[in-house]
Design a protein around this ligand. Structure first.
Ligand SMILES: Cc1cc2nc3c(=O)[nH]c(=O)nc-3n(C[C@H](O)[C@H](O)[C@H](O)COP(=O)(O)O)c2cc1C
Length: 192
């Protein structure tokens, strides 16, 4: 199996991290991989905000303040999973660093969509490179990335949106791969 394929299959979303610093050298390496993602017209419409300390704590608070009411009341979450999920929600499992990936927004809706697609490709590159460096990541979307509070903490300008918040650090868990749906059901061969 090729190295890229290996990384694609073995990368997992990590929701529990060791209390261990990550060097800026390692962070730069994974950001380099992110920055080599494809983009429409090679526009590279992304930006990476790398945070630790109080910035990490403040964004975690925004998430927790929302999640503490949402998680216990979400009908699709089994009751026995609630305590563990609330613990994770306190600080995304204790990741020491967050990488926030933003994309530009444009008047042209298609350009904005493509900017989000490009930023998403950058995030996937980042997560795969992190795996190769022995680091764990999880792609955080949902309420917290659209919250005005989050945008203020991270000083995001009006011309940008957040594509994902990526907690990153040394994994303190080795989760089983969540199942994928049958590939055959996802493919339609036309003209074969
Ligand atoms: C756009 C996007 C948003 C996601 N949002 C969250 C999130 O808010 N919280 C979370 O814990 N995981 C989030 N995930 C991670 C998924 O839950 C995870 O990728 C999926 O369950 C498959 O597991 P795996 O990454 O280990 O293969 C998100 C993933 C993507 C691509």
């Amino acid at each position: 199996m090729g190295q890229v394929f290996d990384a694609i299959l073995k990368r997992r979303s990590i929701r529990k991290y060791k209390n261990q610093e990550v060097s800026q050298e390692k962070l730069k390496k994974v950001l380099e991989a992110a920055n080599w993602a494809p983009s429409n017209g090679n526009s590279q419409p992304w930006r990476f905000i790398v945070t630790k300390g109080e910035y990490v704590d403040k964004v975690c608070n925004v998430f927790y303040n929302w999640a503490k009411d949402y998680i216990p009341n979400a009908s699709y979450i089994p009751e026995e999973k609630v305590p563990g999920m609330l613990e994770y929600a306190e600080n995304f499992g204790g990741a020491p660093v967050h990488i926030i990936v933003t994309h530009e927004i444009f008047e042209d809706e298609i350009k904005t969509k493509e900017a989000l697609m490009a930023a998403s490709a950058a995030i996937q590159n980042l997560c795969l490179a992190a795996w190769e460096e022995g680091l764990g990541t999880v792609w955080i979307g949902g309420h917290v990335i659209y919250s005005e509070e989050t945008r203020e903490i991270l000083q995001i300008s009006e011309s940008e949106e957040i594509a994902g918040i990526i907690p990153i650090g040394y994994p303190d868990e080795d989760p089983a791969p969540p199942e994928r749906k049958d590939l055959a059901e996802k493919i339609e061969w036309l003209g074969f």
